[in-house]
Write a protein that binds this ligand. Sequence first.
Ligand code: KG4
Ligand code: ZN
Length: 347
Amino acid sequence: MSEPIVLGVESSCDETGVGVVRGTELLAHVVASSMDEHVRFGGIVPEVASRAHLEAFVPTLDGALAEAGLTMADVDALAVTSGPGLTGALLVGLAGAKALSVAHGLPLFGVNHLAAHVAVDQLEHGRLDRRVVALLASGGHSEILLVDDIAADITLLGQTIDDAAGEAFDKVARLLGLPYPGGPHIDRVAADGDPSAVAFPRGLTAARDREKHRWNFSFSGLKSAVARHAQRERLAGREPAVADVAASFQDAVCDVLTAKAVEACREHDVDTLVIGGGVAANSRLRRYAEQRCADAGLELRVPRLGLCTDNGAMVAALGAEVVRRGLTPSALDLRADSNLPVTHIVA
Ligand code: KG4
Ligand code: ZN
């Protein structure tokens, strides 16, 4: 018997995503982003995001079903992001998914957005059938996870103690006069820069941090160092060399992220590293990860760019694993939880 078809709904931030999967097979994946409406504010405006989800929900759903060549009658189960994320934005996806559940008599599973960023890799590289370490780097989170079972058992090894990696990219981009969201712009500009031009700090990598912060990250000191560097240059009558500063900053972030993730694999005797979240789209991060995993004899799994940033396929991918394990569906009073911890995989 073929595996159940699961439709996933994502609405935790600015992307309305609907994805359809059959087991680990991606059938469709459509994303509508309200980013254009947030750019002039230099960050996501929650009310604007919520309204955009409301407008995009039905067209995105229709688009995904059309892409899959299916109707709701073919769908076996629904999955929806119940957290973490912006409460108002999450509520729109939850309300839409609940309506579909009632209208079509389908089981509904509220799932964790962060775990979904890891689960999506299954659509590219097949089932995660053994213990892996996952590095999750997005706009709101930077975490190292020990994943024993993507649908049931995730341990948080460490996380950022201040800014998330993507947040650091966004803030530094603003300092350098680059548009929001900063990650892709820094990545682009850095291609023409020298990553060793400025020696920026590597947070929480000193010997004294090993005991308490071995798996934690800190990026706010790095952000301040970039600000101080730009200020010093301007005081000296020069404009900061944007490409060099971007490349050096990016190098500092990606160096620390990948060094700690690879060390976590070694420490826990794990042979596979999965990288997920929007920052996994970063070219330098990918290069560092490839090189370090090859050196350490680790298998590296990074989903393609379009599946790294927020989307509905990742929610469907995790939903499919939850369905496969025969877990009980969520109740219809399923709530949004803006702070849902990564260890809470199914709501
Ligand atoms: O996972 P995601 O789409 O949304 C959250 O759940 O936060 O991640 C968005 C973050 C933003 O901070 C964005 O600047 C960053 O991912 N990002 C990148 C790149 N593409 C997106 N950061 C660095 N390099 C990139 N190429
Ligand atoms: Zn995300």
